[in-house]
Write a protein that binds this ligand. Structure first.
Ligand SMILES: Cc1cc2nc3c(=O)[nH]c(=O)nc-3n(C[C@H](O)[C@H](O)[C@H](O)COP(=O)(O)OP(=O)(O)OC[C@H]3O[C@@H](n4cnc5c(N)ncnc54)[C@H](O)[C@@H]3O)c2cc1C
Length: 439
């Protein structure tokens, strides 16, 4: 095998994993990240004096690839596994929905509706042929299996919360993949829900990944935002960066969200650009709050009340020991929305005020005095909307620009967005690239 010179654009989990695989195959690899630090969506930020993930992250027992990455870094045995609880906020009240007995006591639904809901989840968890679900709208699939009442009271508010208005264009693959992943979080059936985290959070993981890549010989260039990728006179792909740097490679893999990839690869055909640009993304605005008290025993509280501007309440310290946060409670308030949503142009102060005022309304024992820190994190391109026939409309990873490939999380066709699925795509797509190019 001939050694090739590879450039990887994007230093998130996808780019980091691709760099690791390629250097182990004996190639030369340079990884470029536009931001000052590696990590992308798993990167960390300052919460007052503390540093933790910008967005909430947990590891599931079934996340074998994520666990394997940690094993290679010598960190897997340090994951802390915790049994967590799930809550529902319905009609202004908080309910626990963490085991079968609580499910049976759940007041929002009658016994028949509950039975249909349980059977829907069980049935979904058994489905293997997900491709046929791509052509069924999630709305009709859920209405069919759970019934109108459960759909109106539980599923519809949850779909709106997780997908904004794009739930209307989403196929049943979304709910199947979500149920499949949550089923994997439970030891068996509807019993215990186990989530894991590494003390130090993803900051520690990314630091270990970075050190490992440097030791392996990967060149890492942060603060390098790619602005253009084109064929040079020699026929090889050349990448230009916002800071004026330019480099030529044998092969380049772009891991950016599809629309951004299309923007910097202007030599793509109109058809390729069309395919990349028609992939619909959802972004997230996520307010992180540090409180001097906890608000619930639940890691996740799903919200069905439509007046609440965020999707759920994630009480990170229901999972992570408070000792890592100087005894404070860390709460995330995420809202998933279209990148064009007007909330994206609102100031941090406006968003913070709106979200924290709502939290106080939901948990009346809270006051502003309890809030020790709040900050707003945003990402415009987080996950793709799995719409009708999604996998059939995806662009090829090999582009018409010689030596240029686009591999990103849009290639997750039968799963939810998470680190484990991202690594799975990195592994399977690199195999295809290597096989096809005989590298
Ligand atoms: C709110 C939230 C909660 C989540 N919870 C979980 C969870 O509990 N468990 C889990 O496993 N996963 C979770 N995830 C998903 C996980 O974060 C993603 O699957 C993963 O980080 C995606 O990595 P990526 O490399 O594909 O994308 P990204 O992280 O978006 O990486 C792309 C990188 O490209 C860089 N870039 C962009 N433009 C340029 C340019 N022009 N030049 C150079 N670089 C550029 C970006 O800065 C970024 O670093 C969550 C995500 C979010 C947003």
């Amino acid at each position: 095998m001939e050694q090739k010179k590879w450039g990887i654009i994007g230093g998130g989990i996808m780019g980091l994993n691709l760099a690791h695989q390629l250097i182990r195959r004996g190639h030369q690899v340079t990884l470029f990240e536009g931001a000052p630090d590696l990590g992308g969506l798993v990167s960390s930020w300052k919460l007052g004096e503390l540093k933790w993930d910008k967005f909430y992250h947990v590891i599931l027992l079934s996340d074998f690839r994520t666990r394997n990455m940690l094993k290679e870094l010598g960190l897997e045995d340090q994951i802390k596994w915790v049994e967590t609880k799930t809550g529902f906020y319905i009609d202004g009240k908080l309910h626990s929905m963490s085991n079968s007995i609580e499910f049976l006591k759940f007041p929002a639904l009658g016994l028949v509706d509950k039975l249909r809901l349980a059977l829907t989840i069980l049935y979904a968890s058994k489905i293997k042929d997900w491709k046929r679900l791509e052509h069924i709208p999630v709305t009709s699939w859920l209405r069919k299996w759970s019934g109108k009442n459960t759909y109106d009271k539980v599923w519809l508010p949850l779909l709106r919360a997780k997908l904004g208005s794009s739930y209307q264009r989403t196929s049943a693959v979304f709910i199947w993949a979500t149920i499949k992943r949550m089923y994997g979080a439970r030891e068996s059936g509807l019993k215990k829900e186990m989530f894991g985290y590494l003390p130090g959070g993803y900051k520690r993981i990314i630091e270990a990944v970075k050190q490992n890549l440097l030791t392996e010989g990967v060149i890492i260039k942060t603060n390098h935002q790619a602005t253009e990728i084109r064929s040079s006179f020699s026929g090889l792909p050349s990448v230009t960066f916002a800071n004026g740097y330019l480099e030529e490679f044998d092969q380049v893999i772009v891991t950016l969200p599809s629309g951004l990839a299309s923007e910097i690869c202007q030599e793509l055909s109109e058809n390729e650009k069309l395919k990349l640009n028609q992939i619909e993304y959802l972004g997230v605005i996520c307010v992180a709050v540090l409180l001097n008290r906890s608000i619930s025993p639940f890691y996740v509280t799903n919200i069905t009340d439509t007046w609440v501007p965020f999707t759920g309440v994630i009480e990170m310290t229901a999972l992570i020991d408070k000792e890592y946060f100087s005894g404070l409670s860390l709460i995330y308030l995420p809202k998933y929305l279209s990148p064009e949503d007007p909330l994206f142009v609102k100031s941090d102060d406006e968003i913070r005020e709106c979200f924290t005022a709502t939290l106080i309304k939901m948990f009346p024992e809270l006051t502003n005095e309890n809030i020790k820190f709040s900050g707003v994190a945003r990402a415009k391109h987080v996950m793709t909307v799995l719409n009708k026939g999604y996998s059939d409309n995806l662009p090829e990873i090999k582009t018409s620009i010689p030596g240029v490939y686009i591999v990103n999380s849009a290639h997750i066709t039968d799963g939810t967005l998470n680190v484990n699925e991202t690594i799975k795509i990195a592994e399977s797509k690199l195999k295809e690239i290597i096989r096809e190019g005989n590298f």
